[in-house]
Design a protein around this ligand. Structure first.
Ligand code: SF4
Length: 353
């Protein structure tokens, strides 16, 4: 029997959103374009991980007291270094100011989980990599939990996830949240005696402080605790997803285009919205900025770093070829490849002509 493909929330989410996008990203390993938002998110997560360590508590305290990362020389420097190393870099003043706000908000919201009683354990960036093969179930899940707090002698777990997006969750993003399901399942496996599992999403772009009546700000989204039945049901669903993705091939790739799905009616981002409205690459909006589109919508050329067996190690866009350095002694080499664009859209173009 072949190995189970390792499933993460983003891998499953991509497959659900669009089969062709999944094919490009996970099978062809084509280069994806990141953006400022994703880069800012990475920097903030890295700083939270750094400040979650006991030995860095004095930096945490200084930032909390003064309301800015600038009050800690070390953390301020780290933010700047991290910001300049992202692709795209986010070390402009506007981006640094925004990340400063995000970080302070995240730290001020009960960062060590001590505001609730009976804390046993508080973990930062808890990694899970779980292979289950038991009772007819077979799956492999992987991920990082930003913050995990265990209370009441291991009976209660709270998962916390930091979000730097501009928009909060709505509709099915709340009621059928994949990260919530996956994280609660992972915690149930890691802490078999735990009885209550819940997830908090902290939207750092929004106010999270309490008002005079003690109500939390709009950036705090606490989901209902997950029942054991819900987690068990998800395990069966996961088993099916695992089977589908284990045997995913070219036929499946063209089986479920986002473009053919209905427009979402609950304010979420999905269906044809995932393709973007641009009709050609670099199309401009009225305000002169570029129209967003799915990175796999249009044709482009790219470079692949290949291993000696022809396996793809890494890919980059054409203009980034210089960043790929093959280890020739190990038989690595570079290959230029062409992508013809999303077949769903090229087909539409052909029909339009
Ligand atoms: S353009 Fe649309 S249909 Fe094509 S890969 Fe992207 S999301 Fe999927």
């Amino acid at each position: 029997m072949s190995e189970n493909v390792r499933l993460s929330a983003s891998r499953i989410g991509t497959a659900k959103k669009c089969s062709w996008s999944y094919w490009c990203k996970y099978h062809l390993k084509m280069p994806d374009k990141s953006n400022d938002g994703a880069s800012r998110g990475t920097v903030c997560h890295n700083i939270f991980e750094y400040l979650g360590k006991d030995r860095h508590k004095k930096h945490f305290e200084s930032i909390i007291k003064n309301g800015t990362v600038e009050s800690s020389k070390a953390v301020h420097k780290l933010v700047k270094i991290q910001a300049s190393r992202q692709d795209p870099p986010v070390d402009s003043k506007d981006n640094l100011d925004l990340m400063d706000e995000f970080i302070v908000r995240g730290l001020r919201y009960d960062f060590f989980g001590e505001e609730s009683k009976n804390l046993d354990e508080g973990l930062s960036e808890q990694v899970f990599d779980l292979k289950v093969d038991d009772g007819g179930l077979s799956y492999h899940i992987y991920g990082f939990i930003d913050k995990l707090f265990i209370y009441d002698k291991g009976k209660k777990a709270v998962v916390r996830d930091f979000k730097t997006s501009k928009k909060k969750y709505t509709g099915s993003e709340i009621t059928d949240n994949l990260q919530n399901l996956l994280y609660c399942l992972a915690v149930k496996k890691l802490y078999p005696n735990c009885e209550e599992f819940s997830t908090e999403f902290l939207f750092l772009n929004f106010d999270m402080s309490r008002d005079m009546l003690g109500h939390e700000g709009e950036g705090v989204m606490k989901l209902e605790p997950m029942s054991h039945d819900e987690i068990d049901g998800f395990e069966y669903q996961l088993n099916e997803i695992q089977e589908y993705l284990n045997s995913f091939g070219e036929d499946e790739a063209t089986g479920n285009f986002a473009a053919d799905m209905p427009f979402p009616s609950d304010g979420t981002f999905g269906g044809p919205l995932s393709c973007g409205f641009a009709k050609y690459p670099n199309q401009l909006k009225k305000d002169g900025t570029k129209m967003w589109h799915c990175p796999f919508k249009f044709a482009f050329e790219y470079w692949a770093l290949k291993g000696k067996n022809g396996n793809t190690v890494k890919t980059v866009h054409d203009e980034e070829e210089h960043t790929l350095i093959p280890n020739e002694k190990e038989g690595e080499y570079l290959e230029k490849l062409s992508y013809k664009g999303c077949p769903r859209h090229s087909l539409k173009k052909d029909l339009d002509l």
